[in-house]
Design a protein around this ligand. Sequence first.
Ligand code: AMP
Ligand code: MN
Ligand code: MN
Ligand code: MN
Length: 286
Amino acid sequence: MRYDLHTHSLHSDGTLAPTELVRRACANGVEVLALTDHDVTDGLAEAAVAAHGFGLTFIPGVEISVTWMNQTLHIVGLNIDPAHPELQAGLAGLREFRHWRAQEIDRRLAKKRIVGALDGAARHAKGAILSRTHFARFLVEQRHARDMAQAFKLFLARGKPAHVPGRWAPLGDAVRWIRGAGGVAVIAHPARYKLTAGKLRKLLGEFRDCGGQAIEVVAGRHDAETARHFAAVAQEHGLLASAGSDYHGPENGWGDLGRVAPLPDGCTPVWEAWTARQPAPVARAC
Ligand code: AMP
Ligand code: MN
Ligand code: MN
Ligand code: MN
């Protein structure tokens, strides 16, 4: 089976509608797809209907923003029940912080004589959340930056003038919301945090203690060596291994939908935690 367990739609900072995302996943040979928008589950119902139509197995997911030791981490929840009240209450709180943060980013950009950023970013947002990605698209559109990477580098990345420190969910809360909703909690793109070996061990210990079960071994921008490294980390810590592209849309450079390398040998795939409950695959129609 071909899995892609980390993707975004226009309900967060991706650019495709859920149906278009599923259509493209089908065309790219994906058989099991998860939609994991940032801090919102609004795209899941449409994606589930589309996946049924195209003959893909659909895994409802979410990518939760977490603050851990003054650092932002992303925890993916897979195979969740989006109707779970505690999960929804938690996500609503994160979206409230996003709303306040967007106004703060706008104020900070105004100090740099960039006006209208909040409205400009909002024009790029098609769903319930405002992301730094939307501000980056505005900055590129207004020629304050050459491309998305430069928009982050000049304005939005940590330590840059329009960066607002995150006040996201505590790690234990995010894992509890996911577990409460019947899902599996996965540490997303672990290489991106640039943790020392000691801090990674501390994170994985806390994550497991609060009910976390998996880590992305194959992630959008992990090369083969990084995947092997995190495969060994997963084995050492008794974690399941996940694989996802972190696809954000055709115009975004990183991670093409469904271009997900196989898990290295020795990994226990995250889907073993739920495959017993999945219905049999239906005929593909794309
Ligand atoms: P937020 O959750 O609103 O703080 O935005 C984080 C999102 O910004 C990530 O999910 C990525 O999609 C995007 N992002 C972060 N860093 C970069 C970068 N250097 N270039 C392009 N996109 C980025
Ligand atoms: Mn994103
Ligand atoms: Mn992420
Ligand atoms: Mn993501």
